[in-house]
Design a protein. Structure first.
Length: 273
C-alpha cells in the first residue's frame, strides 16, 4: 500500500513538473472595477517614464494628494476622503501629459471588438484624455508594413476617453492583425484641457485643485509576456523585441527526459524501501 501511494504521488509530481515546463506559470485573472484582467496585477503599468502637468501650458493641479505620478501605477487603489479629496490618483493638469510603461508584460490586441486597454480615472464623469501607445520594434515593422505610420516620438495615437468611456479597443484603430500579434510597452495620456466640457484655463479657486484628469491606474486587459523585461529608459521607453521565446525542441526534449529520469529514480527508491 505504501509503495502504491508513494508511486502515485511521484506520478502526480511528474505530471505537475511536466505541465509547468511546457506551460510557464501564468497569473490568475482578477476583476477590478468590473473589468476582468487576465493576468491580474501583472496587467497594470509598472513605471512612470515621464510626466508634465504643464505640457500644454497648464494650469497644473495644486491638491497635494494628486501630485505624485507614481500614484497612477499598479492596480486601482484610490481611497476617497471627503476632507482631503482622497489618495491614490494623479492629476494630469490642464493639458498635462503622463507616460507610463509596462516592464513585466506588454499591452496587446485581442483581434476582436473587445476592449484592450482600460484607464481607471476617478469620478463619475471621465474627463477627456487623448491616448497614445508605444509599439515595440517588431510591432513598428508590422504597422509600417500595413500602412500604419508611427509618430517621430515613437507613439501611435489610438483615440480618447471621456464621458462614460474608460476603455479602448486597439483593433478599432489598428485593424487587420491576428490576436496577440502586436505589442506595446507604454501608454501616453494627455489631458484634453477640459473638465466636464469647460476649458481648464477658465477655472478658478477650488476647481484648480484637481485640474486635468485624475488617473488611478492604467491596465492592459489583453496582455502578453514582455521578453525585454524591465529595461525601459527612465524618460522614454526603449522598444523591445516582442517575440515570445520558446525552448528549442532539443532543449525541451532534454528537459522532459530529465524529469522522466527523476520519476524513475523515485520509483526505484520506493521499491527498495
Amino acid at each position: 500500500m505504501s509503495f502504491k501511494v508513494t508511486k502515485k504521488l511521484a506520478g502526480l509530481a511528474l505530471a505537475a513538473a511536466l505541465f509547468s515546463f511546457v506551460q510557464p506559470g501564468t497569473a490568475q485573472a482578477v476583476t477590478y472595477g468590473g473589468i476582468e484582467f487576465t493576468d491580474g496585477a501583472v496587467s497594470f503599468a509598472d513605471v512612470v517614464l515621464s510626466s508634465d502637468q504643464l505640457y500644454s501650458g497648464g494650469p497644473s493641479a495644486t491638491a497635494a494628494n494628486f501630485l505624485n505620478p507614481a500614484s497612477s501605477l499598479g492596480v486601482p487603489d484610490f481611497v476617497p476622503n471627503s476632507k482631503t479629496g482622497g489618495s491614490g490618483a494623479y492629476s494630469l493638469g490642464g493639458g498635462g501629459m503622463l507616460n507610463v510603461g509596462f516592464t513585466d508584460n506588454l499591452l496587446t490586441n485581442s483581434g476582436s471588438s473587445d476592449l484592450d486597454l482600460w484607464i481607471f480615472e476617478i469620478g463619475n464623469m471621465v474627463e477627456d484624455t487623448y491616448i497614445s501607445i508605444h509599439p515595440t520594434a517588431s510591432t513598428v515593422t508590422l504597422l509600417n508594413a500595413n500602412g500604419i505610420s508611427v509618430a517621430p516620438d515613437g507613439y501611435v495615437a489610438i483615440g480618447q476617453i471621456g464621458g462614460g468611456t474608460r476603455g479602448l479597443d486597439l483593433d478599432a484603430y489598428l485593424p487587420g492583425f491576428d490576436p496577440g500579434v502586436l505589442g506595446f510597452n507604454a501608454v501616453r495620456l494627455v489631458d484634453a484641457r477640459s473638465v466636464n466640457g469647460v476649458p481648464v484655463g477658465t477655472l478658478t479657486g477650488s476647481a484648480l485643485l484637481y485640474a486635468g484628469a485624475e488617473i488611478d491606474a492604467v491596465g492592459a486587459i489583453f496582455t502578453k509576456e514582455n521578453p525585454g523585461g524591465p529595461g525601459d529608459n527612465p524618460v522614454e521607453p526603449t522598444p523591445h523585441n516582442d517575440a515570445v521565446p520558446n525552448p528549442e525542441p532539443a532543449t525541451a526534449a532534454m528537459g522532459l527526459m530529465g524529469l522522466a529520469g527523476l520519476a524513475l529514480k523515485l520509483g526505484r527508491r520506493t521499491r527498495k524501501a
